[in-house]
Design a binder for this molecule. Structure first.
Ligand code: GLN
Length: 295
């Protein structure tokens, strides 16, 4: 048996048309943005280079790698899990199947929390159910003086979050390193700890919601998406435990589902929060609600 000539192998693997960025993107069945993310990932290029180098004939191995990633995406795998990263609040976060993929609407939670703490020096911030760490790290990066604690009940998620914090934050930030702890909501937190601001993007999808069986959600950790109940039980637990952990006039903001704003405001008011209100995301949906502890 003769060894296969590498040149033959390359010819066999190369599509009939030359594999250039332009031809690959034109032939892709994916939404253009997704195809561009996968191709820049394979090539190690920036998005703009897909334009400036659009007609460059690519190495056969690169073309094959791109087509393999495209096939995975066509089979349903989320782009963020295929490339292992997702941008949030202008920062790049590592993403694995153990964490929720950061969503653009969650940037509203970060912005609102930052506004709420703008007059506080060295604010003490707690992020419940941190996942990738996106919320905690974004806040810590915008407020170098903030002392940020982030918890998750998943050890795998905490490992991802800790790597994201180490990569994205200045090791010498005045607020110190983000403190990570494995905890089911407040469960494992020292009772004497006190925070000025609590933020959370908890699992708020009801267990029977058909969205859980669609799109990216099929590949994300179920525990990050649903409370396995009516979608409000995690939010209820976070609101109920907040007064004991907040400083006087402390602030709580949470993300929630498109139809939960009124229910969340009712929970906050019943728990003694004042200035209770919701904010709309870019789609015009009341996406986050919060308030300030009265008295
Ligand atoms: N925003 C996610 C979605 O609807 C849900 C995230 C969550 O439950 N916190 O796809």
């Amino acid at each position: 048996m003769t060894a296969q000539d590498p040149a033959d192998r390359d010819r066999a693997a190369t599509p009939a048309t030359p594999g250039t960025p332009a031809t690959l993107l034109r032939a892709s069945p994916l939404p253009p943005l997704e195809a561009r993310i996968l191709l820049t990932h394979v090539l190690g290029w920036r998005q703009t280079q897909l334009i400036t180098r659009a007609d460059e004939v690519l190495d056969g191995a690169c073309v094959e790698r791109y087509l393999a990633l495209q096939a995975r995406r066509m089979a349903g795998e989320p782009v963020a899990q295929i490339v292992g990263v997702r941008e949030f609040f202008g920062l790049e976060f590592e993403v694995t199947p153990h964490v929720l993929i950061p969503r653009p609407e969650t940037e509203l939670l970060v912005e609102t929390a930052l506004t709420a703490m703008q007059d506080l020096a060295r604010p003490r911030v707690l992020d419940l159910g941190t996942g990738t760490g996106a919320i905690a790290v974004a806040i810590a990066s915008m407020r170098p003086d903030a002392q940020v604690t982030a918890v998750d009940r998943s050890a795998e998620a905490l490992a991802v979050a800790a790597r994201n914090a180490a990569r994205r934050l200045d090791a010498k930030r005045p607020g110190g390193a983000v403190i990570f702890a494995q905890s089911d909501w407040y469960g494992a937190l020292d009772r004497r700890l006190c925070f000025d601001v609590i933020v959370s993007n908890p699992p708020y999808i009801a267990s029977g919601d058909p969205h859980l069986a669609q799109g990216d959600l099929r590949y994300e950790p179920r525990g990050a998406l649903t409370d396995e109940a009516n979608g409000l039980s995690a939010i209820r637990a976070i609101v109920a435990g907040a007064p004991a952990r907040l400083s006087s006039h402390g602030i709580l903001w949470m993300e929630h589902g498109y139809d939960q704003a009124e229910a969340v405001r009712t929970l906050l008011t019943a728990q003694g929060f004042a200035d209770v209100r919701s904010e709309r995301d870019l789609a015009g949906i009341e996406r986050i609600s919060g308030g300030r502890l009265a008295g």
